[in-house]
Design a protein around this ligand. Structure first.
Ligand SMILES: Nc1ncnc2c1ncn2[C@@H]1O[C@H](COP(=O)(O)OP(=O)(O)OP(=O)(O)O)[C@@H](O)[C@H]1O
Length: 407
């Protein structure tokens, strides 16, 4: 087995020079338009789309690089270009060593062949001799753990079984460079853990891994470098934590403009039922620098209005993390608060003591409800706050870790 190359100058394993990729999009017009333009189809219905623009990236051997970015930012296209599955429209890609690629499901295996036949076919495409494949076959089978399905045609496999076998073959072909595109998300948790262990073993052996993932925790945990793509260009390249935080900023900008668009299109209720006009959130201790820190008291100021007077009502807050999962919620009803009549505008405040949020971005949603819990008006993502990185742990909950052992 190879040794990690920690203190050696690392050679370049991939060089991407001035790479751009154009796709031609066919615009489907209505049947009427198609009939009218019949015989003159072609260019009028085709549109160039640049999935990647002028990329210059150099990847050193022995590093683990995460490619992140929102849907359609070009991550898979870049990975396919690195793997030589597709060619760039312009620019050059140089690579060294043996490559194993786990790209989209369905690529690489022949549906009519059995798992066993596909292992031999796939291994030979990846450069392994038949004798070596035979030697490693049992290991591949053990890793995939798909049992008797190995002699079934792969067209009958579930997506999980498929990815198990594909990953097992890829990691047993002794690759210098392993490319993994999101496919790991398909397997069950136990298998994902097994794959992550294998990736860690590869790292120790000094192999290079390029990973496309939407699991941002994986990026900060596994990668030594992360590249953030945005509209086919490199937005950030370097420290994984900084890349993830820059990505969250992009996500927030998109979210806010989506929310603004929804609000602009949603018509006001015809019967006046009250409104949440706005909300702000900040740490009660205004001395506190950037963001909200674990242990701070969080203050949410909300402005509500009702034109005619609402006698029995409830104000609710819900805090979501950047993945849209609810992490906290409460209402004035739960707190047993008797509210005054809501007539005209009114400011209310929630103070959450001693908040234990883990690093990341959080969104505050505010609702005005009646006593039965019927929503009279919602203001989703009314405001947001950031909790800075905590080097000792990841996750939505903050807790100070301590560790001890006894022999
Ligand atoms: N074969 C193709 N023909 C036309 N357009 C394509 C093709 N492959 C990708 N695209 C377009 O290129 C853009 C980048 O796609 P790509 O799959 O690389 O994005 P991604 O960042 O991997 O997205 P996701 O996170 O959704 O997987 C998208 O707008 C996509 O529609």
């Amino acid at each position: 087995m190879r040794k990690a190359t920690e203190d050696v100058v690392r050679p370049e394993i991939v060089r991407i020079s001035n790479v751009s990729k154009r796709f031609v999009m066919r615009k489907d017009n209505s049947l009427k338009e198609r009939l009218v333009t019949m015989g003159r189809m072609g260019r009028r219905h085709r549109e160039d789309f640049w999935a990647l623009k002028d990329l210059d990236i150099s990847i050193e051997a022995g590093t683990t690089v995460g490619l992140i970015g929102h849907n359609g930012s070009g991550k898979s296209t870049l990975l396919k270009i690195i793997g030589g599955i597709i060619d760039p429209t312009s620019g050059a890609v140089e690579r060294r060593g043996r490559i194993a690629a786990l790209l989209e499901l369905g690529a690489g295996f022949h549906p009519d062949l059995t798992g066993r036949e596909n292992v031999y076919l796939n291994a030979s495409i990846l450069g392994l001799s038949r004798a070596t494949t035979e030697e490693r076959f049992q290991d591949i089978l053990d890793f995939a753990s798909i049992g008797d399905f190995i002699d079934t045609q792969v067209k009958f496999y579930s997506s999980g079984m498929y990815v198990r076998l594909a990953f097992a073959v890829a990691v047993h072909t002794d690759p210098d460079l392993l490319l993994v595109d999101e496919v790991l998300a398909v397997g069950d948790e136990a298998f994902q853990r097994k794959c992550l262990d294998k990736i860690r073993a590869f790292q120790k052996e000094g192999r290079t891994i390029i990973l496309v993932t939407h699991a941002l925790g994986q990026v900060t945990e596994l990668c030594s470098r992360a590249i953030l793509l945005n509209k086919g260009q490199v937005e950030y390249d370097g420290d994984p934590r900084k890349a993830v935080s820059a990505f969250r900023d992009i996500l927030e900008d998109r979210r806010l403009s989506d929310v603004a668009a929804v609000q602009a299109h949603s018509s006001k209720p015809s019967i006046p039922s009250g409104q949440v006009l706005g909300a702000t959130v900040h740490s009660v201790d205004l001395q506190v620098r950037d963001g909200v820190h674990p242990g701070d008291d969080l203050q949410i100021d909300i402005r509500l209005e009702h034109p005619e007077g609402l006698t029995e009502w409830v104000c609710a807050i819900q805090i979501d993390n950047a993945m849209g999962q609810v992490v906290y919620g409460t209402t004035t009803k739960r707190l047993g608060i008797e509210l005054p009549v809501l007539s005209g505008e009114l400011d209310v405040q929630f103070i959450l003591r001693d908040v234990p949020f883990g690093a990341g971005k959080y969104f505050v949603n505010v609702s005005l409800m009646d006593m039965e819990g019927i929503h009279l008006h919602d203001l989703p993502q009314a405001c947001s706050f950031d909790v800075p990185d905590y080097p000792l742990a990841v996750g939505t909950v903050h807790a100070r870790p301590e560790f001890s052992f006894s022999a």
